[in-house]
Design a protein around this ligand. Sequence first.
Ligand SMILES: Cc1cc2nc3c(=O)[nH]c(=O)nc-3n(C[C@H](O)[C@H](O)[C@H](O)COP(=O)(O)OP(=O)(O)OC[C@H]3O[C@@H](n4cnc5c(N)ncnc54)[C@H](O)[C@@H]3O)c2cc1C
Length: 378
Amino acid sequence: MHQLIQNGGVFDVIVIGGGIMGIAIAAVEAERGRRVLLLEREEHPVGASVQNFGLLWCLGQPAHLWKRALRTRARWLEFAPQAGFHASPNGSIHLAHSELDAAVLKEFSERAPEGFQGHWLQAEEIPARCTAVRRAGLVGGLWSPHETTVDGREALPRLLEWLQRERGVEVRFDAAVSRVEAPEVVSAAGTFRGDRIYVCTGAELRILFPDVYRASGITKTKLQMWRTRPQPGGWRLGPSLCAGLTYLHYAAFADCRSLPALRAEYERTHAEHLAHGIHVLLAQNALGEAIVGDTHHYAQTHDPFLHDSLDRLIADYLNTFASVPDPRVAQRWMGVYARIPGKTDLIAHPQPGVTIINAMGGAGMTLSFGLAEEFVPE
Ligand SMILES: Cc1cc2nc3c(=O)[nH]c(=O)nc-3n(C[C@H](O)[C@H](O)[C@H](O)COP(=O)(O)OP(=O)(O)OC[C@H]3O[C@@H](n4cnc5c(N)ncnc54)[C@H](O)[C@@H]3O)c2cc1C
């Protein structure tokens, strides 16, 4: 014990991983009065929480996670001015360019979760809210005020600085953890002791507790996406946009009776998109860059390459519902997140005092703070 204190230190809580899930746990534990250490293996965050769209996409979540999504959004909006990053509550429009799209959206809005404040827009109402929308064939759209945009490149470092400065969290970078034997955590920055240990290591599934991951059915999803330069003349997109392929992708629409007909139509017209798990979102960050994506491929090990043909499929589909003034691409990248098919997260306790929190799939930004609040003890 004496040696442990000299080497590293003793904490109430040790969080392993400085992505959004580790940050959310650290924030809530510190808020509840505990002395927290966060260990991140990299020099700054580069995981899924930085690779993503930065969309708090409340509407897409299954009904039982709706409140968690709203709570997470509220915390993002609360922390943004305190930590000094942008969070833009621009909302979204789910567009209908066919009667089949419209049927799904209208059915969804009729039984939308409690507190949903969106409503149906007629086609002629949409251009006033968003000039990017393709008017040809436009039937209408579902407006939702809840969706919010952040930029992980900006938000994650600011949150980590703020946790250290204002919440007394000790953050160590370059601190890869190689072993957990509760209450001991062995890392490249020293050996530490914690009463409660959280493992929030994202898509790293092979070093700590690989047996738990193997048994859980977890896989890695590879996504491909891009952003443009800042749009000219201060042009603003306003609400984030999506279209029919997204309604096939998100669990929120899964129970709609009208969904099978939409799926059958897309299987006929967009089989290649469906084969690559493509659904297309268009968003814009505070810098004015338009963000476009993405593909979804599932495996334990992915090739590290970006495929032009997939970007073309995304661009072709985007062009069916929206366009931005300057579509030239500034950056393309691939991202990877952990996910368990059919589940919304993985919570496991491999040792007394140790909790693994992982596999939020494509919704970690949307659900992290709410999830942390739900099970961090008061
Ligand atoms: C391309 C893409 C688009 C997405 N779009 C959205 C979106 O719009 N909205 C949304 O809600 N979600 C989105 N997601 C999903 C979201 O990004 C993830 O669910 C979320 O970021 C996962 O957070 P995390 O903290 O679990 O993982 P990460 O952000 O990957 O963080 C894990 C951290 O643990 C560190 N680590 C790993 N092993 C160790 C170790 N042994 N010791 C110390 N540190 C370690 C890693 O370096 C990393 O920093 C998207 C994901 C991707 C890839």
